[in-house]
Design a binder for this molecule. Structure first.
Ligand code: FES
Length: 124
């Protein structure tokens, strides 16, 4: 399978991303710690540039014993990308649509990544 070199590991900051183009296809490459995740830059909702959205940790609603809201918190173990067109959120690690992970047609289309000698590659 062909691979494309995205750049050096240090070119993508932890919690950040870059968007590359190959053969007319845009691919967003995200870094979380020392892991890299690559997704097609095309939102399954209406085709927006999902990989160019903001990155947030999953928002949690904190409820008390009476199920009243006590504000919001963030889940440090789950990071989302938010599509800039209509705000749908996707898990950066899995590509799953955060609103309903069982709805597979709404998940991002992904590519595998490799790191060799300090360079990041995407297998297309
Ligand atoms: S195109 Fe991405 S949320 Fe609508």
């Amino acid at each position: 399978m062909p691979t494309i070199r995205v750049g050096r590991v240090a070119d993508i900051q932890d919690g950040g991303k870059i968007v590359v183009e190959t053969e007319g296809e845009q691919i967003g490459v995200f870094r979380i710690g020392n892991e890299f995740f690559a997704w097609k830059n095309k939102c399954p909702h209406q085709g927006g540039p999902v990989c160019q959205g903001r990155i947030y940790n999953k928002v949690l609603e904190v409820l008390d014993a009476d199920l009243k809201s006590r504000g919001r918190d963030f889940d440090d173990s789950t990071t989302h990308i938010v599509c800039p067109w209509h705000g749908l959120e996707f898990d950066i690690r899995t590509g799953e649509f955060a609103g309903a992970s069982a709805v597979k047609i709404m998940n991002l289309e992904g590519y595998s990544t490799q790191v060799q000698d300090g360079d990041v590659y995407v297998v297309v």
